[in-house]
Design a protein around this ligand. Structure first.
Ligand SMILES: Nc1ncnc2c1ncn2[C@@H]1O[C@H](COP(=O)(O)OP(=O)(O)OP(=O)(O)O)[C@@H](O)[C@H]1O
Length: 280
């Protein structure tokens, strides 16, 4: 199942603009976003609710059609792919995703074992090998093999999210898109999933880690892009964005993240002052 690994970025987005709604009531959700993700690189996409983060994920996955811009996945232009081309791309498993709610990533009627083995069986992998690989992946996300026979509704929320990560990994994706993957988890599970994501990144998987929580992203991301009302206001290395944020909105985010210590404004008066600099 191993695929050739092209050189160059795994994801290369240029000038991506997305509108929602019919012509008269068109609203821009994403404006001229440019982002490149190299193999083994984790890029965090940060912004508060409504900033366009999920729109970005859904557009890269072919679920939303952009109004302008290009999206290259492993050098292949997927921007204008139709349903059939997307289906073929999904089947190849190059790009996988994990959403905040693992029940959206997993079929509730399939056991964990069925969910994990299905993508392999459709590729012609013998059942015994598929089950073996499912067990190995469960171990990789620190879950016991006994979960194979359970339905998603019969495991805890934290276990379920780790199953969703294992499901995403079964096709050995080059790019994993994670939309708020730890937001619904308690702190112990959050730490465990973040550790797993770091291991994946270090093993060469490219990650796009979308979250409203800069604190969660900070430990995993090599680079961070900051979205504010659909605009990409700042992009840089995680160290630069957190340590020396340039845009007022980034300074607000850094200042509001309790676990981060940067030169950001911690006191309320300065935060209020920064808010006045932001577009309404
Ligand atoms: N299907 C849709 N139809 C119309 N407008 C939409 C649709 N989906 C999102 N929007 C709007 O687009 C903007 C960006 O939404 P998006 O879901 O990308 O934000 P987000 O940053 O992911 O927010 P959250 O953190 O709350 O999930 C918002 O103003 C939202 O209301």
């Amino acid at each position: 199942m191993s695929t050739p690994t092209p050189a160059g970025p795994v994801l290369d987005i240029t000038g991506l603009t997305v509108h929602y709604g019919p012509r008269r009531r068109r609203r821009r959700a994403l404006d001229d976003l440019t982002l490149r993700v190299d193999p083994g690189e984790a890029v965090g996409v940060i912004g508060e609710t409504g900033s366009g983060k999920s729109t970005l994920a859904r557009t890269v996955l072919g679920l939303v059609e952009p109004s302008a811009g290009t999206i290259l996945v492993d050098g292949e232009d997927v921007t204008r792919h139709g349903r059939r081309q997307w289906r073929a791309l999904r089947l190849r498993g190059t790009v996988q995703y994990v959403f905040q709610d693992p029940l959206r990533s997993l079929d509730p009627d399939l056991t964990v074992g069925q969910s994990l083995t299905e993508p392999l069986l459709v590729r012609g992998v013998p059942r015994a090998d598929a089950v073996e690989r499912a067990r190995a992946l469960l171990a990789r996300v620190r879950l016991d093999g006994e979960l194979l026979d359970r339905l998603p509704g019969e495991v805890s929320g934290g276990q379920r999210q780790r199953v969703a990560v294992a499901r995403a990994l079964i096709t050995e994706p080059r790019l994993l898109i994670l939309d708020e993957p730890v937001s619904a988890l308690d702190s112990a599970n959050r730490v465990q999933v973040l550790e797993i994501l770091k291991e994946l990144r270090d093993a060469g998987t490219a990650l796009v880690f979308i979250s409203h929580d800069l604190g969660s992203v900070a430990g995993v991301a090599d680079r961070i892009a900051v979205l504010h009302r659909g605009e990409q206001v700042e992009t840089g290395t995680a160290a630069a964005v957190i340590g020396a944020p340039r845009h007022p909105y980034t300074r607000l985010l850094v200042g509001s993240a309790p676990t981060l210590r940067g030169p950001a404004p911690a006191d309320r008066a300065e935060r209020d002052a920064l808010r006045t600099l932001l577009p309404a």
